[in-house]
Design a protein around this ligand. Structure first.
Ligand code: B1M
Length: 220
């Protein structure tokens, strides 16, 4: 018999609270409990860890949390993600495609990008992760080397998203056939299209769906 709805809620809330209370140990422990009691690792990631980070974002906006709290909350999220990541279900179809991924220059926010990476890997993609605050030239140089099926660019600030437009133009100048997917909180489909991107996704799950769609369009 599966876990009761009540217990599931309790576990997800405990994961969420551990992120909010920046408690790495509690976060990892509750993620282990989630696995032991049969919760889906993806659900625990999104409804526990990511949901906790949403509350943290609100607290920051309300000036109840400041940058130091954001950092330790992210550490707690990563402690949990390390436990859950190996158990996020894959559909076993490996070699779906190759994604070159990174956060554009001037931007060090990488929690969302790492969730995107996790979902792509779980769906059978090979991900080449350039990390955060990535120089735009580097995207072009790496793409020349690895010839990924798709380049994924993440930007979390209105200031850094300007770099996306430049990055898309540079990538397309080097290879007009390259497909670029963009995402990040300040973006929307209109801005993504204006920046010349081929695709936009609002979250990690949509990103994989959009990527699959873009690759199909390219090959078929
Ligand atoms: Co700061 N930060 N931060 N921050 N931070 C924001 C982004 C901000 C909106 C907060 C605010 O003022 N309300 C604001 C930006 C304002 C603007 O737009 N101009 C801001 C600021 C100002 C700053 C600093 C300048 C603060 C300072 O130093 N005074 C500084 C920036 C330094 C820099 O980058 N140069 C800074 C620093 C930090 C920390 C380091 C402390 C920390 C980041 C830790 C880390 O990432 N390792 C941090 C955090 C945590 C945040 C907030 C609170 C939360 C971001 C987050 O992790 N969200 C954020 C507030 C907010 O976004 N509302 C904020 C959770 C995550 C799961 O969501 O990243 O949106 P998200 O990712 C989603 C989707 O967007 C999407 O899928 C993800 C998962 O579903 N997605 C993609 C993301 N990338 C994608 C790529 C895709 C597809 C989908 O395809 C390729």
């Amino acid at each position: 018999m599966g876990v009761s709805e009540e217990r599931k809620r309790e576990i997800l809330e405990s994961i969420r609270n551990a992120v909010i209370q920046y408690d790495e140990d509690q976060c990892a422990s509750w993620c282990k409990v989630a696995l032991q009691e049969g919760l889906d690792a993806y659900e625990a990631t999104m409804k526990g860890l990511a949901a906790g980070m949403d509350v943290v974002s609100e607290l920051y906006t309300r000036r109840e949390y400041f940058v130091p709290e954001l950092l330790v909350c992210s550490d707690a999220l990563y402690a949990g993600l390390n436990v859950l990541r190996p158990f996020i279900r894959t559909d076993n179809k490996i070699d779906k495609g190759k994604l070159l991924l990174g956060v554009v220059e001037g931007d060090i926010h990488d929690v969302g990008k790492n969730l995107v990476k996790t979902m792509f890997e779980a769906s059978g993609w090979q991900v080449i992760d350039l990390g955060k605050d990535v120089n735009l030239e580097r995207f072009v140089e790496e793409q020349k080397k690895v010839k990924a099926d798709l380049v994924g660019l993440s930007a979390l600030m209105t200031t850094s998203m300007i770099a996306l437009e430049k990055a898309v133009a540079m990538l397309k100048a080097a290879d007009p056939k390259v497909k670029v997917l963009v995402g990040g909180a300040p973006l929307n489909p209109e801005i993504a299209a204006k920046f010349g991107a081929d695709g936009y996704a609002q979250d990690a799950v949509c990103a994989v769906q959009e990527a699959t769609h873009l690759i199909k369009k390219q090959t078929g």
